[in-house]
Design a protein around this ligand. Structure first.
Ligand SMILES: Cc1ncc(COP(=O)(O)O)c(C=O)c1O
Length: 422
């Protein structure tokens, strides 16, 4: 760990803890860290940290314990659930389950999806949305080249599927290109054909209002650590019926309401009828409270204001990169597609991992390189058909958000220009 200066006060909609952190450079100097990897894990909001610090002395067990701090922690945990429900515009009767992450949420939904359900998922998804359904009958939909084609592709597949329960899994914003998917239209198509739809909002929720009722999706999944609340919690919210009728995701205390010995020596178990059914063990109250704090902070800042700030930086970055002939941006829907602040690109003459390392070691800029846990999509965008996971080309990704100052974008542009014209 290196020093944190408390004087970094660039104007941003929501201050984050990484502001002012200085990191070592390869030449022996140091630089203020430019955190441009929000899509992997966003820095914590200062407000989230302050809320957690204020609560920490009062920390106690949840749903057990008669002591005052246990009662207070239980209330805070349940109030956090209500805050998340409001943030997501949940319908009456919807469940909000606290999980570990988006990956955990989608695996939970896969575990409670009734046997015989046919699942439809675009091959362009993050692996967290692509892989959990493998115990079901899955149809992988080909990469669409426009939002309209995405809707047509889903609709055609759903229309020609045999009768029976169906589930469509879609992403709200790509973790590779930042491009927005036509969620409302996909939800309408799903429902027209008797299917349900789950929205992977891991990259959408930090940047746009996600309203379950308005989008008319059946479930939403997101992660706290991408929503400026990195304390180990995520959310699955939506229809209660599949969640309430399936076996618990994890068996144990909290998920069970009553357990009794049978005369034949076995056990009778009555599972909890509500969200606790899928929250076995001691819940992560700090994680849940952190998410609720982030939801409040984002709502107070207002998504219109956040999007205006991020769009300004996004245009600056994309325009600047377009002026560098060595840079090739990756896009599925084309340059004019609406997007959140996630930009992936390659740099000719550079290995992507080496380029990302150079940004870190020479300029103190943190980006990501690789295939971003979306191997089929990135390979499609790179025009690469190698089957080897370890070999083949990769890409570089810069991503940012509510705590990013203009100076970080300008440093990335200046560094990229310098590295491509040494
Ligand atoms: C679109 C998308 N979905 C799901 C995930 C998985 O999130 P987590 O690693 O928090 O489970 C990610 C993570 O990068 C993502 O970008």
């Amino acid at each position: 760990m290196t020093t944190v200066t408390t004087t970094a006060t660039a104007t941003v909609p929501l201050p984050v803890l990484s502001a002012g952190v200085r990191v070592p450079l390869a030449d022996g100097g140091d630089a203020e860290y430019a955190a441009l990897d929000y899509a992997a894990s966003a820095p914590a909001l200062r407000q989230v940290w302050d809320d957690i610090a204020a609560y920490a002395p009062y920390y106690g067990s949840v749903h057990r314990g008669a002591g005052h701090l246990s009662q207070l922690s239980t209330r805070l945990f349940e109030e956090s659930r209500e805050t998340v429900a409001r943030f997501l515009g949940c319908r009456p009767g919807d469940s909000v389950v606290f999980t570990r992450s988006t990956t955990d949420s989608l695996n939970l939904l896969a575990a409670v999806t009734p046997a015989g359900t046919r699942v439809f998922v675009f091959e362009t998804e993050h692996h967290a949305a692509l892989l959990p359904w493998r115990g079901h009958d899955v149809t992988y939909l080909a990469a669409p080249r426009s939002p309209e084609e995405a809707v047509r592709t889903a609709e055609d597949a759903l229309r020609s599927a045999p009768a029976g329960p169906k589930l469509l899994c879609v992403t709200g914003a790509s973790n590779v290109t930042g491009e927005l998917w036509p969620v409302r239209e996909l939800a309408a198509a799903a429902h027209r054909h008797g299917a349900r739809i789950v929205l992977d909002a891991a990259q959408l929720a930090p940047h746009r209002a996600v309203d379950i009722a308005r989008l008319d999706v059946d479930w939403v999944a997101f992660s706290g650590h991408k929503l400026y609340a990195p304390f180990g919690s995520g959310v699955l919210a939506g229809r209660a019926d599949w969640l309430g009728s399936a076996e618990p995701y994890l068996a144990g205390g909290g998920a069970s309401r009553a357990v009794s010995r049978r005369t034949d020596g076995g056990l009778d178990v009555e599972w909890a009828p509500d969200e606790s059914r899928h929250e076995a063990g001691s819940p992560n109250v700090i994680g849940a409270y952190a998410i609720a704090s982030a939801c409040r902070a984002l709502t107070t800042a207002g998504f219109d204001q956040l999007a205006a700030h991020e769009d300004h930086l996004l245009t600056r970055l994309r325009t600047g990169l377009a002026e560098l002939p060595a840079v090739r941006p990756l896009s599925l829907f084309g340059p004019d597609a609406a997007r959140v602040p996630v930009v992936s690109f390659t740099v000719s003459g550079w290995d992507s991992a080496e380029f990302a390392r150079a940004l870190s070691e020479r300029y103190g800029i943190g980006v990501r390189s690789g295939l971003f846990c979306a191997h089929p999509l990135v390979r499609t965008l790179l025009g690469d058909d190698t089957a080897d996971c370890d070999g083949g080309p990769q890409a570089i990704r810069a991503s940012f958000g509510a705590g990013t100052p203009t100076s970080h974008i300008d440093r990335l542009l200046a560094a990229t220009a310098e590295l491509t014209h040494p």
